[in-house]
Design a protein around this ligand. Sequence first.
Ligand SMILES: C[S@@+](CC[C@H](N)C(=O)[O-])C[C@H]1O[C@@H](n2cnc3c(N)ncnc32)[C@H](O)[C@@H]1O
Length: 168
Amino acid sequence: MTKDPNAFGLWDGEVTADLPKDFDAGLYFIGRIHTPWKERKDCPKNARESEAVCTIEVDERWAPALKDIESCSHLVVLYWMDRSRRDIVLQVPRHYGVQRGTFSLRSPARPNPIALSVVRLLKIEGATLSVVGLDCLDGTPLVDLKPYFASTDAVPEAVVGWHKTRQG
Ligand SMILES: C[S@@+](CC[C@H](N)C(=O)[O-])C[C@H]1O[C@@H](n2cnc3c(N)ncnc32)[C@H](O)[C@@H]1O
């Protein structure tokens, strides 16, 4: 499978922007995520679609930063969608077939292809976490881990209008 993000073409109705010449910041990948999925078509479309147990391997350098994480039932996982285009501003998600702005979507194609999922932490052995609730390809780079606070992160009344009323 290709790792070139631009190998993925555009659908009818999709629009790109010219990317800036330089990056504004750098980041450190802190580990890798291992999942059963080798091809994008096999990935769950979102993190609630699969009960597959996935593993998050944190680099040894950052292992001390895992202290106390075993006390968390759920974590926010941020990861880098390394096989996504970064230049699409208007996209036509295949399963909806309607043109929408990138920032109104959870698509991996975005200027900074950062994905997030709230996962259930099953166990931690050394610097390896077993979790349920991911939707990414095997080998996806890990950007960050944070505790999920139901008290402040959950917004039960939140609405995505286009999704609620969608035709396609
Ligand atoms: C719709 S995104 C949602 C990601 C995340 N849960 C979020 O909401 O930010 C999930 C899809 O991204 C695609 N994907 C998974 N891993 C990827 C990777 N490493 N690079 C590019 N696309 C990826 C797959 O098609 C998968 O179904």
